[in-house]
Design a protein around this ligand. Structure first.
Ligand code: BGC
Length: 739
């Protein structure tokens, strides 16, 4: 493949797609592919004229949001555009968000896309194949629309459930996040386009996102957030890594020698390119610290990575070498994924039905049943009167705001702007995607048996609740990029409304459409709770399917639901009260300082923090109920792999997620998810599951590499992080290695 490409370039011929090659790409890109592509890329860079060397290094925001910015015609009204070098067969980069479907980009293209569930819903599936399928579907739409770079792969760990982008990311756990995002990226890239992984790294809050300075030790970072990226990159080999807005230990993420040169390129040997987040480049020096490409340059103080970069390179041979490397890295990502050999074009066919089926399956598998007293669910066939309340359930399902916002056909059913002022006010709004849960519920019941109240006032809802067999309350918590949520309550008085309705009718079922954990002060008073997250365009049918028992819920929490914010490492999000919500996240003044101390929890996020603090969650990581029951047994492990048996002990077919945890080392609490597998089982059926244990999960970062200390490691099966079953102790010898 590479030789054919090289020959074509030398002959200056146009490159055309090959079906056989497209099939090859079902196999994920490997590190060896990236290494080989880098060698090939260097031969192309050797043919570049000096001025051609600063084309691939600088991109623009390809949307008319910044006054006066010129957007070339070939740019597709999207997040980004980088001109190509046609003379050498290098196409322009056409970049679109994002992780949850091709983003709508203010509607300026006038198109639509399949809206997948939120990233956290994908996390809840614990399903690698589905993560691949979802990525494949989104990537196929991106390619058909003419995009060759998908700004996807959100891999930041949930250090704070109030982070406004919690919905976009996968989980609080490095293994779960790394594996699912890795397969998701592989799915995107199976279309011969580039996927990013983002935002590298430690981008854990939106408040002051461009200047918050997170404090963390190398050890803690390597054992948590960086490990998630490392695993994701190993599996998915994304063509590009997008660096983050925030500062890390005093340096901007996109100019961090530590993150970009040391960790990513030196220690992990990453060969693709680092693109900046939009408006995250502090200066030309970022290039020397490892940044390869300035994106959305109109949003930065200056266009550092064109003439200024060339002048610096022409004045200094080391800088010229670096410039060559920057180009080679961009081209590496394009070669390894197949973009160069099979260029994208607009107007491709999209298999909308197939992609809709993926969206629905992902929504179904992501739904988590949190409570089901007296088997209130599935809904009894004899429920004659059902009252549905709130959450715009008569119109659609909630989605998250920001760059990942996707519009399925017809655009949003409901759109409530965050505010009326500011450049992004139209962009950032609480949007409900089409597909009304009320319609899906009504379709399953006789006419006239299902009533609806918007829930704006709880008095009428409570009065009608008292007259109904069942009440289904849709409760929403909207999250958006750019703004964190202030606390974990359900906003706009929904908690009080639920309490009042449940007091009127205890047979109340709450359907949560939230971006992450919420408080549930009314929990003991309701019959059932399902967490549907932001379920995407298949959400209405998926929710109704679970309520009526056509779908047996199988999602597991990818994030701890705390009892209250006092259980979190930080009671408040730093800066929340000092700084006004600001989508751009710019510092009010150059001297504005904002610190978030991640050394408090170190690498112990979520359930690991709870284990360390000896506190119990409201709902722990890994938790989820089913309409059947499961048992796990026969754990065997030598510390390198583990096997165990899962059995469906109930009466219905269903799926469960087998979980193996490291629990302690030499008796000292040290909890880590070390293996998981989602399996579907018929009633009475059992299966043996084998998982490899990534040794990094047992090890400590020693400054240069990993060390497994000699000791007794205790492993246990878990139905969640707090409900642990059979355990096995393994004596392990000391072992050290480097990445
Ligand atoms: C976001 C990125 C996104 C980029 C381009 C930024 O504000 O942080 O996730 O890819 O915009 O839209």
């Amino acid at each position: 493949m590479l030789t054919r490409l090289g020959t074509a370039l030398l002959l200056g011929t146009a490159l055309c797609a090959s079906a056989a090659h497209a099939q090859d790409r079902q196999r994920p890109v490997t590190a060896q592919d990236m290494d080989a592509a880098y060698e090939e890329a260097k031969t192309i860079v050797a043919q570049m004229q000096p001025e051609e060397k600063v084309r691939l290094t600088m991109g623009i925001l390809a949307l008319p949001l910044v006054p006066g910015a010129e957007i070339p015609e070939e740019a597709l009204m999207s997040a980004g555009f980088v001109p190509g070098v046609p003379r050498l067969g290098i196409p322009a980069l056409t970049e679109t968000d994002g992780p949850l479907g091709v983003a709508y980009a203010l509607g300026l293209r006038g198109d639509y896309a399949t809206a997948m569930p939120a990233g956290i819903a994908m996390g809840a599936t614990f399903n690698r194949d589905l993560a691949f399928a979802q990525g494949h579907a989104i990537g196929a739409e991106a390619r058909a629309k003419g995009f060759n770079v998908l700004l996807a792969g959100g891999a930041n760990l949930a250090r704070d459930p109030r982070n406004g982008r919690t919905f976009e990311y996968i989980s609080e756990d490095p293994l779960l996040t790394g594996q699912l995002i890795g397969w998701n990226i592989a799915g995107v890239q199976s279309n011969e386009i580039v996927s990013t992984i983002k935002h590298f790294a430690l981008n854990g809050q939106e408040t002051g996102r461009k200047f918050v300075d997170v404090q963390i030790s190398d050890t803690a970072a390597r054992e948590s957030d960086l490990l998630a990226f490392q695993i994701g990159i190993e599996i998915g080999q994304p063509g590009s890594v997008m660096c983050a807005y925030n500062r890390v230990n005093g340096e901007q993420g996109c100019a961090s020698d530590y993150l970009l040169n040391k960790v990513l390129k030196q220690d992990w040997g990453y060969r693709g390119w680092v693109m900046s987040d939009w408006g995250a480049v502090p200066g030309l020096y970022a290039a020397w610290n490892g940044l390869d490409q300035q994106s959305g340059s109109q949003l930065d103080p200056d266009t550092f990575f064109d003439d200024e970069l060339l002048a610096a390179a022409e004045a200094d041979s080391d800088h010229m070498k670096r410039l060559d490397d920057m180009n080679a890295r961009v081209i590496t990502g394009l070669i390894a994924t197949g973009v160069l050999e099979n260029p994208v074009a607009t107007g491709g066919d999209i298999d909308w039905d197939a992609n809709a089926a993926v969206a629905r399956k992902a929504a179904e598998q992501g739904i988590v049943l949190l409570r089901n007293e007296g088997n209130a669910l599935p809904l009894a066939a004899n429920a004659e009167s059902i009252l549905v309340v709130g959450g715009y359930a008569d119109s659609g399902v909630l989605s998250g705001g920001g760059s990942s916002q996707t519009h399925p056909e017809g655009g949003p059913a409901v759109s409530r702007p965050l505010s009326d002022s500011g450049a992004f006010s139209g962009f950032i709004s609480e949007q409900y995607q089409r597909g009304a849960p009320l319609d899906a519920i009504r379709a399953r019941k006789p006419e006239g048996s299902v009533r609806f109240r918007p829930g704006r006032y709880s008095s009428d809802a409570a009065a009608l609740a008292a007259q109904s067999d069942v009440v289904i309350v849709f409760a929403t918590q909207w999250m958006t990029e750019g703004v964190d949520v202030s606390d974990l309550s359900l906003p706009d008085g929904q908690d009080a409304a639920i309490a009042r309705i449940a007091a009127a009718n205890p047979n109340t079922i709450v359907v949560l459409e939230t971006g992450g954990p919420v408080d549930m002060p009314w929990l003991d008073d309701v019959a059932a709770v399902i967490e549907a997250w932001y379920p995407g365009q298949g959400g209405a049918e998926a929710i109704a399917g679970v309520l009526f028992g056509e779908v047996n819920p199988s999602g597991r929490l990818p994030i701890t639901f705390p009892r209250n914010v006092a259980q979190l490492p930080r009671e408040d999000i730093p800066g929340m009260l000092e700084y006004d919500p600001d989508f751009a996240g710019n510092p009010p003044s150059p001297d504005s300082k904002l610190f978030t101390d991640y050394n408090i929890e170190g690498s112990d996020l979520g359930y690991r923090w709870n284990a360390r603090q000896q506190q119990e969650a409201l709902f722990p990581f890994g938790f989820g109920l089913s309409y059947t029951s499961f048992a796990s047994s026969d754990l065997e492990t030598d510390g390198a792999s583990a096997s165990f048996t899962l059995r469906n002990t109930g009466e219905r077919a269903g799926a469960t997620v087998g979980q193996v945890y490291l629990v302690s080392r030499d008796g000292e609490a040290r909890q880590r998810l070390v293996g998981f597998e989602r399996v579907e089982l018929e009633p009475g059926a059992e299966t043996t599951v084998n998982v490899e244990i990534d040794p990094r999960l047992l090890a400590d970062w020693n400054g240069d590499g990993w060390t497994i200390a000699e000791g007794v490691y205790s492993f246990a099966l878990g139905s969640d992080a707090e409900t642990l079953g059979q355990s096995v102790d393994v004596q392990l010898p000391e072992r050290s290695w480097t990445d």
